[in-house]
Design a protein around this ligand. Structure first.
Ligand code: T5A
Length: 215
């Protein structure tokens, strides 16, 4: 099963993904934990370029193609082989991030972004997508609070510098995707505390992953 974790800045999806991996492993499943952009040595090098706040000159189309290049490598080298081995793959962000960030928030044509996604993924789609949704201000406050504890060079990625309207378009875009693909999306209220969000996440994993596998 291929499960993706999506959400805006500060949504806490990475925290929940780590708990989900521990939980599913404790139920006897083999789990691959991975993330985008990145997941392979080559894709991690593309990640460094994409997240470097000093790269202010990156054009929207170059940005889109770099995310796609990292994903193409990640899908072939890591995700597909794990799925073929029968593992559960938990991926922190995937193609929906590109639709939400480069499409809805950045303003690139959505059909074009969908075509590029299709080319990069070879048609691979998640079986289940957990969307961690929360008000923009709450997410940005969390991301800001965490940044205070980081060294200067890791303090802000390029997106945390975007205006509030960008982040609002991002949230609306994600909610639109969730409605359009209701068969695979589950929306989780991520504004609650970590344990409350985990209760909801675990209930979805129980229903959609463990019961399906007869556990
Ligand atoms: N991107 C990515 C694109 O534009 N297009 C694409 O196609 C793709 C794949 C990736 C960036 O790239 C963009 C999106 C991103 O901007 P990243 O550094 O990997 O950059 O950042 P994120 O994916 O946003 O992941 P993070 O791990 O940084 O943030 P999360 O998922 O919100 O993670 P988390 O769990 O670390 O939480 C953030 C902070 O909040 C706290 C945590 O302790 C942490 O300090 N927290 C909570 N606080 C209160 N209540 C809760 N329930 C909390 N849950 C977590």
């Amino acid at each position: 099963m291929f499960i993706t974790f999506e959400g805006p800045e500060g949504s806490g999806k990475t925290t929940q993904l780590a708990r989900a991996a521990d939980y599913l492993r404790a139920q006897g499943l083999t789990v691959l934990q991975t993330r985008e952009p990145g997941g392979t040595p080559l894709a991690d090098r593309i990640r460094e370029v994409l997240l470097d706040a000093a790269n202010t000159g990156l054009t929207p189309s170059a940005e889109l193609l770099l995310y796609a290049a990292a994903r193409a490598q990640h899908v072939v080298e890591k995700i597909k082989p794990a799925l073929q081995r029968g593992e559960v793959v938990l991926c922190d962000r995937f193609a929906d991030s590109t639709l939400a960030y480069q499409g809805y928030a950045r303003g690139l044509d959505l059909n074009l972004v969908a075509q590029v996604n299709l080319f990069a993924t070879g048609g691979l789609e998640p079986d289940l997508t957990l969307l961690f949704d929360l008000p923009v201000e709450v997410g940005l406050a969390r991301a800001g609070a965490r940044a205070k504890h980081l060294p200067d060079e890791q303090r802000e990625d390029r997106f945390e510098r975007e205006e509030i309207a960008f982040h609002q378009r991002l949230r609306d875009g994600y909610l639109h995707l969730a409605k359009a693909h209701a068969e695979r999306f589950r929306v989780i209220d991520a504004a609650a505390d970590v344990d409350a969000v985990w209760q909801r996440t675990r209930a979805i994993l129980d229903a959609e992953v463990l019961r399906r596998r007869g556990r």
